[in-house]
Design a protein around this ligand. Structure first.
Ligand code: ATP
Length: 261
């Protein structure tokens, strides 16, 4: 039995997690979620969501599979073609990739909007402050002065000049009802979710079945790579991407393992 067969019992700082631990990324992810809960950024429900995600990631081989990389490129092209793109940020997103989501929004010129399933003024403020501390210049979702149709009050709240008006919305780790409500409004949806069978990726125009810690920086890298592409090239990338095929590839990898993809 190696010294790392089980997780280190408790770490106060991420830096204490040994980088050569075979489950390093998973341990860092868990630690960030725990810290998010302690700081009032992440809801306890977010911990359960992380546990589910981590199981799917294990089965995917904890890597960006080729179909996810294609989805990430299609997401970058979709963002670059948008008139008013918005990245939705919840408690897990803020805890896991604060700097990376701020960077993505900057590169594709998108708004950042805090959008919570379990919405309280304290959590909204904690998340907005966390994003400001990681370089955000503007954060929407604090007033939440508009409602998405067909959702009950608390979960329907969005900013009128943010998600409500957006043509393209990236919703990582989103609840199925809200993803469906956004799709019904005709928005182009980019969903990041490790479970290809979940409703949110299934209603997405661009479902990304990948861990958010890998997906967000990779969408940014593709966006940088495509910065000089013309509209026709971007449109060709979006048109060549098929959400069904991407979901099937991810499901095949999870069910049958790496050799089958
Ligand atoms: P459904 O959408 O079918 O209702 P659910 O109830 O499992 O599914 P939620 O709790 O609403 O889903 O959202 C959590 C989702 O986020 C899960 O599908 C989980 O796999 C995914 N998830 C959790 N952590 C990550 C992560 N780090 N990266 C990407 N996806 C993740």
């Amino acid at each position: 039995m190696s010294e790392y067969d089980s997780a280190p019992p408790e770490v106060d700082h991420e830096e204490e997690i040994p980088e050569d631990h075979p489950r390093y990324t998973d341990l860092v992810t868990r630690h960030r979620i725990e810290e998010g809960v302690k700081k009032g950024i992440t809801h306890l429900q977010g911990m359960h969501a992380e546990g589910r995600g981590s199981a799917f990631d294990y089965l995917l081989g904890e890597e960006t599979i080729p179909s996810a990389d294609e989805a990430e490129r299609a997401a970058a092209a979709t963002f670059l073609l948008a008139d008013h793109p918005v990245c939705s940020v919840n408690g897990n997103v803020a805890a896991l990739v604060p700097e990376e989501i701020v960077e993505l929004a900057d590169v594709v010129d998108a708004d950042l909007e805090v959008n919570l399933f379990n919405r309280t003024p304290e959590r909204i403020e904690a998340i907005a402050d966390h994003l400001f501390a990681h370089g955000a210049e503007q954060v929407k979702g604090i007033e939440a002065d508009a409602r998405l149709p067909n959702l009950e009050h608390a979960r329907a709240r969005v900013d009128e000049d943010g998600i409500y008006a957006a043509d393209v919305v990236m919703v990582p780790l989103e609840d199925g009802d809200r993803a469906e409500a956004l799709a019904a409004m005709g928005k182009t949806e980019i969903v990041i979710d490790l479970n290809p069978l979940s409703r949110s990726p299934r209603v997405a125009d661009v479902p990304i079945v990948d861990n958010i810690v890998r997906a967000v920086p990779n969408v940014t890298a593709h966006a940088r790579d495509l910065a000089d592409a013309d509209e026709a090239e971007l449109e060709a990338i979006v048109e060549a991407f098929d959400p069904e095929t991407a979901l099937e590839a991810a499901e095949a990898r999870i069910r049958r393992g790496a050799l089958e993809e």
